[in-house]
Design a protein around this ligand. Structure first.
Ligand SMILES: NC(=O)c1ccc[n+]([C@@H]2O[C@H](COP(=O)([O-])OP(=O)(O)OC[C@H]3O[C@@H](n4cnc5c(N)ncnc54)[C@H](O)[C@@H]3O)[C@@H](O)[C@H]2O)c1
Length: 249
């Protein structure tokens, strides 16, 4: 087991990528704080992990609220006494272009998708530094943070911020033995904000198939385990190779 006894917080773990990541890390021995604003979803994933022989608990928090984040971190430490791993996975999208988005839409997306990971990392890293035994943080980015697209202006901007946040945190937390990296998905499972998986969703990549949440979960496991000990401040693309393709090829 690669993560025996370690305590991992995974945000937005009530479905899709976060759910699969929670289950995979639990199968490697980590105790999982399944964080979601939807109580039913988080509790269901935690119950499934427990009945499969792992250890997990659902925690309800709105990652757009600093007060919720502070009490979440306190509650997880109250539950297991420490935090070793943080996966900043929760995000929301606006799905609008710059001509139609309002400032209110923008603020909401930035609060959850960029400020949420910043605040989670700040409070969790503070705890990790106090513990004195290092830690691992993985931010889940998006190819939308690297390349222009027709919609989702606030989401793309937040994900661009995630890249800079990852690199800056890697430098600032490196001296505390906290390794920070990002995993960069493209079209994995159902789209952000949706439950349903549409098998007819058009996919252009070098693997000729849609990505599944387990593809991303495996990348996160690699980044939080000692297998990636020499990898820091990196962006691991999990996109079937689409980012390597020239438009029109
Ligand atoms: N699905 C994709 O194709 C895709 C592509 C690129 C990047 N990503 C990234 O992967 C990550 C996961 O995406 P997904 O498709 O699994 O998302 P999803 O929408 O299926 O699940 C996100 C979960 O986060 C929860 N959540 C949303 N807002 C929250 C908040 N304010 N506080 C707490 N919980 C909240 C939701 O309840 C939901 O259970 C995101 O960071 C997303 O940007 C996904």
């Amino acid at each position: 087991m690669k993560l025996k006894g370690q305590v991992a917080i995974i945000t937005g773990a009530g479905r899709n990528i976060g759910e699969e990541t929670a289950k995979l890390l639990a199968s490697e021995g980590a105790r999982i704080a399944v964080v979601d604003m939807d109580k039913g979803r988080g509790d269901k994933v935690a119950a499934q992990i427990n009945s499969a022989g792992g250890e997990a608990r659902g925690f309800v928090a709105d990652l757009g609220s600093e007060a919720d984040i502070k009490s979440l971190v306190k509650d997880v430490v109250g539950q297991w006494g420490r935090i070793d791993i943080l996966v900043n996975n929760a995000a929301i999208s606006d799905n609008k272009n710059i001509l139609e988005i309002t400032k209110e839409d923008w603020d909401k997306v930035i609060a959850v998708t960029l400020t949420g990971p910043f605040l989670m990392s700040k409070y969790v890293a503070t705890r990790m530094v106090e513990q004195g035994s290092g830690g691992k943080i993985v931010n889940v980015g998006s190819t939308s943070g690297f390349y222009g697209r027709g919609r989702a202006i606030a989401y793309a901007s937040a994900k661009g911020g995630i890249i800079a946040l990852t690199r800056a945190m890697a430098v600032q937390l490196g001296p505390h033995n906290i390794r920070v990296n990002a995993a960069i998905p493209n079209k994995i499972g159902s789209p952000v904000g949706k439950d349903e998986f549409d098998p007819s969703r058009p996919v252009v990549n070098l693997r000729g198939r849609t990505g599944v949440p387990l593809d991303l979960a495996r990348a996160v496991l690699f980044l939080v385990s000692d297998d990636s000990d020499f990898i820091v401040g990196d962006m691991l693309f999990v996109d079937g190779g689409v980012s390597s393709m020239m438009v029109g090829q």
